[in-house]
Design a protein around this ligand. Structure first.
Ligand code: ADP
Length: 444
């Protein structure tokens, strides 16, 4: 066994920040999701549709051919490996491509094909011969704008004369420049600046307006107001589309303010359940004995891959060092890493290069690594009020009933935390069995 610990490795030094819990950064999570996404996310629910005119017929498509797209666009879609529209695209695409154009508010979790849908709409409405901005897409960050731009470039690979321009900080365009690119993707602040102050974009020529990631957008100070100012200057015949992964009250209020007379479509998320998860707990005295229990579990059962959750960066680092010293192949995913670094760690883990992933609370939210057989709560998820954080518990351990495999979950519990664990057990009405870490035969 190798016990090589990279001495002097900065990332292993404990700093004051490590005492903190990582906070959720919606935009970073969204980007991470895009970077590690490998395929469409499924949902067994039906798409719910609310038409602005309920008496008009409702079309859905099962193939891309039915949409009568330009030849070069269809080629681009097939070149991306898409065979048929995703669930949300079946309903959304006919609405988005209808004549006259219709406005749309669409909500479904990330990975269900929203971006591909609006990129398709923009590419199909653009006139490549007209050399000025015709489609405008607002995104919450520079990086997310770039991701969307990449999709435009891939899908539009055969639409040779169509080009994308990024209205993002740092993209310095000399005043007086005539923008000849047809699709502009940018963040609200810069787009506003380019439209009103610098007059680089004439909003009256825009025919498709997309507001992507509305939930992330309203989370950023100023972005709602800036987006609304932009929207107000668009011509009334401009098609307006809004997308969001979640649909809380505030997103809905914003969506209704910014999208006039919309059709609304929603696809519910596959719910997480603890039904097919066997849950255990081990009573421990301190961090060291938690680690010992972990080793016993690890030695006692055949484990595919494991994710271990810690409450603070400090604990996560400590545990990483301990495990490395004992010769385990582990990697550490924590909030101080850049999104690119996180994506590559998750990718390596997915590829089986490491068997154990240690992470802090929020980092691994929503990452879905199918081959993980066990999840360990090295620390219980607890909120600011020192109460159990049920939602996080469910997110860490739960699987989707239909698509998920069976799993094992272990909670390492200090005696004084036992009441919290019991609350979790009651809350989910599921059983969490005590385990003697010396006797792994108890695991069924
Ligand atoms: P969202 O915007 O809802 O997060 P995306 O449009 O980014 O979803 O799609 C998620 C993933 O699925 C991407 O990798 C995308 O290339 C792929 N995808 C989208 N639509 C289809 C489709 N119809 N068939 C196959 N893959 C698709």
């Amino acid at each position: 066994k190798s016990t090589a610990i990279p001495k002097g490795d900065e990332s292993m030094n404990i700093t004051e920040e490590d005492e903190e819990e990582d906070v959720v950064d919606l935009a970073a999570n969204s980007l991470l999701n895009k970077l590690i996404r490998q395929s469409l996310v499924e949902s067994s629910h039906h798409v719910e549709v609310l038409q602005k005119d309920p008496s008009s017929p409702l079309y859905s498509v099962k193939t891309f051919e039915e949409l009568r797209l330009k030849e070069e666009l269809l080629k681009g879609i097939y070149a991306m490996g898409f065979n048929r529209p995703s669930k949300i695209q079946e309903m959304a695409l006919p609405m988005m491509l209808a004549h006259p154009p219709q406005n749309l508010i669409a909500q479904s979790q990330s990975g269900t094909g929203k971006t591909a849908a609006f990129v398709l709409a923009m590419l199909s409405r653009v006139n490549a011969q007209e050399l000025f901005p015709q489609c405008l897409c607002l995104a919450p960050t520079y990086e997310l704008a770039l991701q969307t731009g990449r999709v435009v470039e891939r899908m539009g690979k055969f639409c040779v004369d169509v080009q994308v321009m990024y209205a993002i900080r740092g993209n310095r365009i000399p005043s007086g420049t005539e923008i000849s690119k047809q699709i502009v993707i940018g963040t609200p602040g810069t787009v506003l600046d380019w439209c009103f102050k610098r007059k680089l974009i004439d909003l009256t020529n825009i025919r498709v307006f997309v507001l992507d990631e509305a939930d992330v957008m309203i989370d950023t100070q100023g972005f709602s107001d800036q987006s609304i100012r932009i929207q107000r200057a668009l011509p009334s015949r401009c098609q307006m589309l809004l997308f969001s992964a979640t649909f809380g009250d505030s997103v809905w209020q914003f969506a209704e303010r910014i999208i006039p007379d919309p059709n609304v479509i929603k696809l519910r998320k596959e719910e997480l359940t603890l039904n097919n998860i066997r849950q255990y707990y081990v009573l421990c005295e301190d961090r060291k004995s938690k680690y010992q229990a972990l080793c016993n579990i690890y030695g006692g059962i055949t484990i595919g891959q494991a994710i271990i959750f810690c409450q603070t960066r400090r604990n996560a680092k400590w545990l990483t060092v301990e495990m490395m010293q004992d010769g385990h192949q582990v990697s550490l995913l924590s909030g101080e890493l850049t999104v690119d670094q996180r994506a590559s760690i998750i990718q390596r883990f997915r590829d089986g290069k490491e068997k154990v992933l240690i992470t802090t609370n929020v980092c691994a939210r929503g990452i879905d690594v199918k081959q993980v057989t066990i999840v360990v709560n090295f620390d219980l998820p607890i909120n600011q009020a020192e109460q159990p954080d049920y939602e996080t518990y469910l997110h860490r351990i739960g699987r989707t009933g239909r698509f998920g495999k069976k799993g094992l979950a272990f909670n390492m519990i200090e005696v004084d935390k036992l009441p919290l664990l019991m609350k979790i057990q009651d809350h989910f009405n599921s059983s969490i069995k005590q385990l003697d870490p010396e006797d792994m035969d108890e695991i069924e």
